[in-house]
Design a protein around this ligand. Structure first.
Ligand SMILES: Nc1nc2c(ncn2[C@@H]2O[C@H](COP(=O)(O)OP(=O)(O)OP(=O)(O)O)[C@@H](O)[C@H]2O)c(=O)[nH]1
Ligand SMILES: [Mg+2]
Length: 338
């Protein structure tokens, strides 16, 4: 299981202080008390949103405090409440208290679900509230309660949004390492990757998504050849596949190599062959034979796929590739909105 987690400090706003005040009007010799109550402190609220895919933002920014309520005023005016602070988190985020690692205090499973993670303090009472028949000029007031504050741990079971597929040695792990926080093993022999690795890609501001690197597929993987096709289950839930082909390999036709992987995807089933694909020519920096690329472009066109050429080593074309992947995720996100 792949986990994304973050530890944050949340603090509700302090309630505003109650006010001590007496009515002073012309021709009213002894005005009674008229101090208003303080405003409530703002809450810190977690909000689950499908557009947020990881907890990445909470690794850099850790402290969150809602604003304080304002003090009450004369003429019975209640202070303005503090604004609540909304923190967006991915759907599927679980919230834990530090000393209770086994029992989540919230499980945000529905889009739009909210949870008050730190309550704002109550506003204090103004002196008006202390008035009684025997106590006509009260000078008492409450100072306003402090907001709730605590450290909480957020946890998310990661599901991949983007899957990397291709023959062994196609450059999948190198790509993942170049675009994400993951540090997969990379080597010049096939079957370097023995189990799936997920990486979080930070894309533009506050946007991120999860990419799965899985072991390479070879002909007959669905019959158990190589490492088999069991790892394809990790890309079943992805919205787009990046299908990597090594442009520097001149020993066989690149289109043939693409077909081998396609066959394995369709033998596996689970809708993998119907997923949108970006065909990615890799290792452009050492691809010497320009003949490799034209048939790939033509094949992508025929299949209705996008084609992109990259070098993970020099980072050439990576930004455009991520942009293409991101646009598929956006489309998928639109469809899911009710
Ligand atoms: N020059 C160059 N070499 C690359 C590039 N991308 C990958 N390689 C090399 O290609 C070899 C295989 O890369 P990997 O990323 O391990 O390939 P993989 O697809 O993950 O392979 P498996 O895990 O075995 O399926 C390594 O020696 C990499 O250094 C690139 O853009 N340029
Ligand atoms: Mg690998």
């Amino acid at each position: 299981m792949f986990l994304d987690s973050a530890r944050i400090f949340v603090k509700g706003g302090r309630g505003g202080s109650g006010c001590v005040s007496f009515r002073r009007e012309k021709y009213v010799p002894k005005g009674g008390p008229d101090g208003g109550d303080g405003g409530r402190g703002g809450d810190v609220v977690l909000l689950a949103r499908p557009q947020v895919r990881t907890l990445l933002t909470y690794r850099t920014k850790r402290f969150f405090k809602a604003t304080n309520g304002q003090g009450g005023q004369g003429a019975l005016k209640t202070g303005v409440s503090g604004k609540r602070l909304i923190l967006t988190v991915p759907v599927g985020t679980m919230v834990y208290l530090e000393d209770q690692p086994d029992h989540p205090i919230a499980d945000l499973v529905e889009p739009g679900q909210k949870f008050i993670v730190a309550k704002g303090g109550r506003g204090g009472r103004g002196n008006t509230r202390f008035k009684s028949a025997t106590h006509q000029t009260p000078r008492e007031f409450d100072p306003g309660e402090p907001g709730e504050e605590r450290w909480v741990r957020l946890e998310l079971k990661l599901l991949a949004d983007v899957g990397l597929v291709g023959l062994p040695n196609a450059g999948k792990s190198t790509l993942l390492a170049a675009i994400s926080n993951a540090q997969p093993k990379i080597a010049s022999y096939p079957f370097t990757t023995l189990r799936p690795v997920l990486g979080v890609v930070e894309w533009e501001r506050h946007q991120s998504f999860v990419v799965a690197d899985i072991p390479g597929l070879i002909e007959g993987a669905h019959l158990g050849a190589g490492l088999g096709d069991q790892f394809l289950k990790h890309v079943e839930r992805t919205r787009v596949l990046l299908h990597l082909v090594d442009l520097s390999d001149t020993l066989s036709s690149p289109v043939e190599r693409v077909r081998v992987v396609e066959n394995e995807l369709s033998s596996y089933g689970a809708g993998l062959s119907e997923k949108p694909v970006v065909l990615v020519g890799t290792k452009a920096d050492i691809a010497l034979d320009p003949e490799q690329e034209a048939p790939l472009r033509a094949y992508a066109l025929e299949r209705g796929w996008q084609y992109r050429k990259i070098s993970a080593a020099t980072h050439k074309g990576l930004e455009q590739l991520l942009r293409a992947a991101w646009s598929y995720l956006q489309e998928a996100g639109e469809e899911e909105k009710p």
